[in-house]
Ligand binder design. Sequence first.
Ligand SMILES: Nc1nc2c(ncn2[C@@H]2O[C@H](COP(=O)(O)OP(=O)(O)OP(=O)(O)O)[C@@H](O)[C@H]2O)c(=O)[nH]1
Length: 291
Amino acid sequence: MSHKAGFVSIIGKPNAGKSTLMNALVGEKMSIITPKAQTTRHRILGMVNTDDYQIVFSDTPGVIKPHYALHESMMHQVDGSIVDADLILLVTDIYEEFDETDVLKKLEGSLAPIAVLINKIDQSDEETVKKKVEFWNEKLQPKAIFAISALLGHNVKAIMDFVVDNLPEHPAYYEKDALTDRNDRFFASEMIRAQLLKQYKKEIPYSAEVIVTAFVEGEKLHRISAEIIVERDSQKNIIIGQGGSMLKIVGTYARRDMEEFFQKKVFLEMFVKVIPDWRSKKNYLKKFGYE
Ligand SMILES: Nc1nc2c(ncn2[C@@H]2O[C@H](COP(=O)(O)OP(=O)(O)OP(=O)(O)O)[C@@H](O)[C@H]2O)c(=O)[nH]1
């Protein structure tokens, strides 16, 4: 019997709802979601397997104009996922008036069919949705347009059906029990990064990276050590807070998320370290997993 498999890339501006959609499609909390733009820094694969097919979704960083080497790496990951794609899901936010020219420019080189997903329709009305559908039909003549709410799961099933219909015949690319290309260390560091995005304002979360330095799996308990890397001493002080109060909050929430994710008790310790201008330094970026 024939088997289908393919790469489906989720592309769009920051904050459009790409990670929310990815999680809704794969049914797991794979990508961290926060109200802040530029939450996602890596391309993350999420797989859906049945006997008949394997869909390999890629959640990607939001398309931005690069300001640091870090951003350049993020945009390379977007480009890579467009090159690999058998199918592209372009996510756009119904009410954000983003200029999407840069996203469209990236898509120009691709031959993969595109579906435009107009997201967050739960915050909109029929008339606005209709106008957006017309706009995208004219602009891109995509293979399909869906008006969706990734948050509420509205029309997510229709996207899945569309994806399966348009998947090429191909053997599986990964083991059929695989869910992602990322390991537990990665998810642990992402859960800490999500708390940095939630608990601190302005530049702090964007200046921070999280490295899991030890991950000891136990029968009853995982012991996890992590470093939070920032660019300046002043940022280190803010991260730690008065008498360690802020770091304690971050640790408490991150540990709670980890315990839910790993279904295990977690002992978490964190250290804050300064590496001046790490976002612009290629050697550190490489060390932190940005190619
Ligand atoms: N109302 C509403 N909010 C949504 C919907 N989808 C996503 N959001 C919210 O939009 C914000 C951004 O969502 P993400 O999924 O992190 O967006 P993203 O495109 O991955 O963002 P980047 O990582 O910056 O590229 C979060 O606060 C989500 O809860 C939706 O369908 N409706």
